[in-house]
Design a binder for this molecule. Structure first.
Ligand code: FPP
Length: 258
């Protein structure tokens, strides 16, 4: 984690990131360390999903995106894939009441239409039942991968151009990004990965272009509210420059003076 004791006190400090995205990693190792089946690690991982969803809401984070199942995860042993799908379905069934009580909006990114029918049914139901909530959104990345998402978006964009709905000459990130599954979502400010791995693994590669990255050795089932707070504190100490110089960020007037 970074330290910034030398940072000028006058810097604007945005203490709470608006959108936090998490690569929940280490369930398998957590289980293995205890001589338990991998699925037990995922089961404990679901408990952490509950804890962290609550914690983020309490901290004032507006959007939390969790990488729950990647397009690559289908290649895991069949029993693990079906176990994960079962956990997801069970979680959705159980959680709806809490989402409504806490006014949590659920949405998804990824190729959800390729998930098992039972999961899709509960997802669609939960998404519809929570669509009116505006304060806090939990986004589950399911059957998600950035490259797949970009290919899907490019295909949809090309179709829109062919249909005369978009003009190729007007192409811009603002236009194209409306075809990503994250359309109308703010970019993540902070991406956290647990378990000591320091990769993005095909997660929000475009949307995370300016995100701060925090890597923690904590395995996902052990991740607590305190770990989330620590990651947010780290985020708050950093200076997001968006390609500008430090001086331009510190003295906005310098931005105008070329
Ligand atoms: C990574 O751990 C975790 C996953 C691939 C799945 C994450 C899923 C959950 C936390 C449970 C289901 C989610 C919801 C929202 C109900 P890993 O298995 O790769 O761990 P390892 O690297 O230690 O093997």
């Amino acid at each position: 984690m970074s330290h910034s004791a030398d940072r000028p006190a006058t810097l604007p400090r945005v203490t709470v990131p608006n959108h936090v995205a998490i690569i929940m990693d280490g369930n398998g190792r957590w289980a293995q360390q205890r001589g338990l089946p991998r699925l037990e690690g995922h089961r404990r991982g679901v408990e952490t999903v509950r804890t962290v969803t609550n914690a983020a809401r309490e901290l004032g984070i507006k959007m939390l995106t969790l990488y729950a199942f990647s397009v690559e995860n289908w290649n895991r042993p069949k029993t693990e894939v079906s176990g994960l799908m079962g956990l997801l379905e069970f979680y959705l069934k159980q959680e709806l009441k809490t989402f409504v009580k806490d006014k949590v909006r659920l949405r998804t990114i990824g190729r959800v239409d390729e998930l098992p029918a039972g999961v899709q049914k509960h997802l669609n139901h939960t998404v519809a039942e929570t669509a009116q909530f505006t304060e806090y959104t939990l986004v589950l990345a399911l059957n998600y991968g950035s490259r797949t998402e970009v290919v899907d978006a490019a295909r949809a964009y090309a179709a829109a151009v062919a249909a005369g709905k978009e003009k190729l000459n007007d192409s811009s990130w603002a236009t194209f990004s409306r075809y990503l599954s994250t359309a109308d979502m703010p970019d993540p400010d902070l991406i956290i990965r647990t378990s000591g791995e320091t990769r993005l693994s095909n997660f929000l590669l475009m949307q995370g272009a300016y995100a701060e990255l925090v890597f923690t050795p904590v395995l996902w089932p052990d991740f607590t509210k305190a770990d989330l707070v620590a990651a947010c504190d780290d985020y708050a100490r950093r200076e997001r420059r968006y390609g500008l110089t430090a001086e331009q960020i510190r003295q906005p007037a310098a931005r105008a003076a070329k």
